[in-house]
Design a binder for this molecule. Structure first.
Ligand code: BGC
Length: 825
């Protein structure tokens, strides 16, 4: 929390020293790999120039786009390299919560859970795990971290990124990149920029003013550059009329000229739109194929629409980073083996550190003696990670139910009730005429299987049909009930939804659902299933309103019979789609209503991606936000529930009360856009800044999170320190047990600036573990950058001098101390 920018640059210059120091402090980085994140070694430029001089035009172009990997590791991207000159291939793997290849890897908690710990040192260790695993799993480049700020609660990737606050996201991205690159893996900060939603992500034109862009979304990208990120991934969307991947203002004027980025820019997958325009705007690499940077680029070079100098420049940027990581001259250390144990330990630690206790009344948590009813599908099946490119094949994952049983020991009975059915029940054989193997119908390779029969429905009801199938999306069995196709294949990104819990059955078959009302009597059922190249297996299942009523009744019975209830609620997010409401999906709100009415000592554990509305909040005993907790989520959740550790997380995004009270509510131009354009008219008032500016009370504010103990904040002193402020205060553990405090410093407006300013912004924070009765005097630095506004008239930062109010608190709205500090120019 010293001046972020200068701290980053000095760390970067220290290069080797950082990694050595990290190793000494128990990190995963052995000193021998220390050179990897450093600056180019002596002779780097001549080596790169010598290679460029020897490369043919075809060879140069082959370095500027993706190709098919002859190996089958399953990563997202591949660049073949040039063997004759000793340029090795590059393998590029997702992603933000662990290394995404076909093999198993450590499935870390979602980045939003990491961020909730408010702990850059932990982010560095998270990065180290991915860095080492990436290299161990044959990768060279990691397509992570994602730093797009959380602007709308609906955005499908809010779990993959950190926060709505530029300072917190900047600190975390810098630390994580240092962790990744210290292990010798090249990091790729993404998605540059203004990729704050999934709805229409490939087409939407984000209209945003200069001040907003610099004060919000761009800050963590700049921090990533300062931390030495090797690569940047351009976004799908347009920014102020031009696609991000061919946007000169972003890729050259800001990224390179203003920030001094010396690595390479690649597209997001299939996000290139042009050849000459993109290359001259500053794009270096098209991924994952060669639509624009393959033959088209060669032609443009030959007919001189693109000077070869531009091609050389792109090649130079890629090779310079490769050289910096020792990939061109054999300096790169040999690939390490995986250290799955160390990865799992970090996964567990992060999940515990980020666990955010939102609500805890009547001493509901930690759990004490007494029988426990566990309810909800994700109470039994571990909800490890979100869908899309952030999904990792986990080494392992336990059931939360088992973890709770183990922790409760013999003294307490732990029962389980499903509550809400995700995967459906088998169709009753008596309902099908003729019968077929609806619980496992196989179709041979190259074969087509058809069914033409009848389904008899005993009572008019709402039916949810659920199909589980093993083939690719285009092989999804075609099922028609009364002539209506139940699971049509959606074109394009409509089929991205995979990997998450809802779209994948426990045995890994893909799952789709459709609900319709069926009247009592007979209905036609027609199915066509193709075996494709390898054959496939499918199941057709169902739930009905009547089954749902039975499930809820069973949950209520279990809740009544137990002393405590732990109800796991889910929401499954993925890239490629946004949510349409912040309410929990399905009938979970009704389930929670019924269960809390039966037993108010109910804790709701949320395995959700982002903010959720909680109409039932006051009827619950406790609410624990675990997001997608990774492969060790079950043990971490049990540890927090039983109080083996303090819930150390704080919200990194504001939770609105409902769909009508948040920054992008009721304004389609603001979100999701009108006629392809989206206006960021909330300006700099992103996240909590908007709630303060508009006087809208949130459900839970930014920075909120309860501990099992209590803290007092005392003795504030604020002193000028350079162009920033040093803020000193005392935090005392006033409760009866050890716990984690996350004091936050917020700073008010400058009287000297004529620019729009937020009511208050996060200036610094500190995560503290305090024993019972312990107190700590803390000094944090509020950096000049955080005290500055972007002046669009001068196209530069303007320091917000003068007397500024400084608050210290436990959230953006729980402000305990107030003082004044003078910012000096
Ligand atoms: C995502 C990227 C990801 C890429 C490769 C894209 O759809 O937006 O974040 O890195 O796919 O998997």
């Amino acid at each position: 929390m010293t001046d972020t920018v200068s701290r980053r640059s000095s760390l970067r210059l220290l290069g080797a020293a950082i990694a050595v120091a990290t190793a000494a402090s128990g990190g995963l980085t052995p000193p021998s790999r220390a050179h990897a994140q450093g600056k180019p070694g002596a002779g780097a430029a001549p080596r790169v120039e010598a290679l460029i001089a020897k490369l043919t035009l075809d060879e140069k172009i082959s370095l500027l786009h993706g190709a098919t990997d002859p190996a089958t590791l399953g990563q997202a991207g591949y660049v073949p390299g040039v063997k004759r000159l000793g340029i090795p291939p590059l393998r590029l793997a997702d992603g933000p919560a662990g290394v995404r290849v076909t093999q198993h890897a450590t499935a870390l908690p979602a980045p939003v859970l990491l961020a909730s710990a408010f702990d850059p040192a932990l982010a560095r260790r998270y990065g180290q795990v991915i860095g080492r695993e990436g290299r161990a799993l044959g990768q060279d480049v990691l397509l992570s971290p994602m730093v797009n700020l959380i602007r709308t609660p609906y955005a499908g990737r809010n779990f993959e990124t950190f926060s709505e606050d530029p300072l917190l996201s900047s600190d975390l991205v810098a630390a994580e990149i240092e962790g990744i690159q210290g292990e010798g893996l090249i990091a790729t900060v993404k998605h540059f920029a203004m990729n704050n939603q999934e709805k229409d992500r490939t087409t939407v034109d984000v209209r945003v003013d200069e001040q907003t862009m610099h004060e919000t979304e761009l800050r963590p990208f700049e921090a990533a550059v300062q931390a030495g990120t090797g690569a940047v991934m351009g976004a799908y969307n347009k920014v102020n009329g031009t696609y991000a991947c061919e946007n000169k203002a972003l890729l050259t004027d800001i990224l390179r000229t203003r920030w001094g980025f010396d690595g390479w820019v690649m597209t997001d997958w299939r996000a290139a739109h042009s050849t000459a325009k993109a290359l001259t705007a500053g794009l270096d690499m098209e991924m994952p194929g060669d639509v624009y940077f393959g033959k088209a680029l060669k032609k443009a070079a030959q007919n001189r629409t693109v000077p070869e100098l531009h091609i050389d420049q792109a090649v130079r940027r890629i090779l310079t980073v490769m050289d910096r990581f020792g990939l061109l001259d054999g300096r790169a250390p040999t690939r390490p083996g995986r250290n799955a144990k160390a990865g799992a330990a970090v996964a567990l630690e992060v999940a515990k550190a980020g666990a955010t206790l939102l609500h805890n009344e009547r001493g509901t948590l930690p759990l004490t003696a007494g029988d426990i009813a566990v309810i909800g599908p994700t109470g039994e099946l571990p909800f490890v990670s979100g869908g899309g490119s952030a999904h990792v094949v986990p080494d392992r994952a336990d059931s939360p139910l088992d973890a709770i049983r183990v922790r409760a020991g013999r003294a307490a009975k732990v029962t389980y009730a499903l509550g809400e059915d995700l995967y459906g029940r088998p169709l009753p054989a008596s309902a099908l005429s003729p019968g077929f193997k609806s619980e496992g119908q196989g179709v041979g390779a190259g074969k087509t299987w058809t069914y033409d029969g009848e389904l008899t429905v005993s009572d008019t009801d709402e039916w949810t049909f659920v199909i589980h199938y093993s083939g690719a999306a285009d092989l999804r069995p075609k099922v028609l009930v009364d002539g209506k196709e139940l699971f049509p294949v959606k074109p394009g990104y409509g089929e991205w939804f995979s990997g998450g819990l809802i779209y994948t059955a426990p045995d890994q078959l893909s799952v789709r659902r459709t609900t319709l009302r069926l009247t009592k009597g007979k209905h036609t059922l027609k199915i066509t299933a193709r075996g494709g190249d390898t054959g496939q297996l499918f199941r057709l299942r169902h739930t009905t309103g009547a089954i749902r009523t039975q499930n809820v009744a069973e949950a209520v019975r279990a809740a009544r019979a137990a002393r405590h209830v732990v109800l796991f609620a889910y929401e499954d997010a993925t890239e490629g789609q946004d949510r349409t409401t912040i309410a929990l999906p399905g009938h979970q709100d009704e389930l929670i209503d019924a269960v809390t009415a039966a037993n108010p000592r109910t804790t709701v554990v949320l395995n959700t991606s982002s903010a959720t509305s909680m109409p039932w909040l006051t009827r619950t005993g406790a609410v624990l936000q675990m997001y997608y907790p990774g492969q060790e989520g079950a043990a971490a959740t049990a540890a927090v529930l039983f109080g083996d550790c303090d819930p150390g997380g704080r919200l990194t995004q504001t939770f609105p009360v409902d769909d009508d009270h948040h920054p992008v509510a009721r304004d389609a131009a603001r979100y999701p856009g009108v006629g392809g354009r989206e206006e960021y008219t909330e300006g700099i008032h992103l996240g909590y800044r908007w709630y303060e500016a508009e006087g809208v009370p949130p459900l839970f504010p930014f920075g909120h999170g309860l501990s099992y103990t209590s803290f007092s904040y005392e003795d504030l002193s604020v002193r000028p320190a350079g162009h920033g402020l040093d803020v000193t205060f005392t935090v005392r553990n006033t409760g009866r047990r050890a716990g984690v405090a996350v004091p936050q410093v917020y700073v008010g407006k400058s009287p000297d600036l004529q620019l729009d300013q937020a009511v208050r912004v996060l200036g610094a924070y500190r995560r503290l573990s305090l024993l019972r009765g312990e107190q700590r005097r803390v000094t944090v630095h509020v950096a000049a950058r955080t005290l500055s506004s972007w002046d669009p008239n001068r196209h530069a930062w303007a320091l917000g001098t003068g007397l500024r109010v400084v608050w210290v608190g436990a959230s953006a709205r729980d402000l305990r101390l107030r003082g004044l500090g003078e910012v000096r120019g």
